[in-house]
Ligand binder design. Structure first.
Ligand SMILES: [Zn+2]
Length: 71
């Protein structure tokens, strides 16, 4: 009964910290990495509908799975 509430600081795809400055009081006021990093549209399509606009992707997932495989 503890996974029903989306965690805004966790990536909805892999569950890792998304390092979103908007969800981290310690980083509040800084530009989030997502402002300067292009987000793969395929990654966006993989986000569960209930988590869209609730949780940010992590940098790795936002870059796309293909980019991750090539690295
Ligand atoms: Zn992720």
């Amino acid at each position: 009964m503890n996974d029903a509430t989306p965690n805004p600081s966790r990536c909805p795809l892999c569950g890792q910290s998304n390092r979103c400055t908007l969800a981290n009081p310690a980083l509040a006021g800084q530009d989030c990495w997502c402002f300067s990093t292009p987000v793969d549209h395929e990654a966006l399509e993989r986000i569960p509908p209930e988590l869209i606009d609730r949780a940010c992707l992590c940098p790795r997932c936002a870059a796309g799975l293909k980019a991750a495989e090539q690295a």
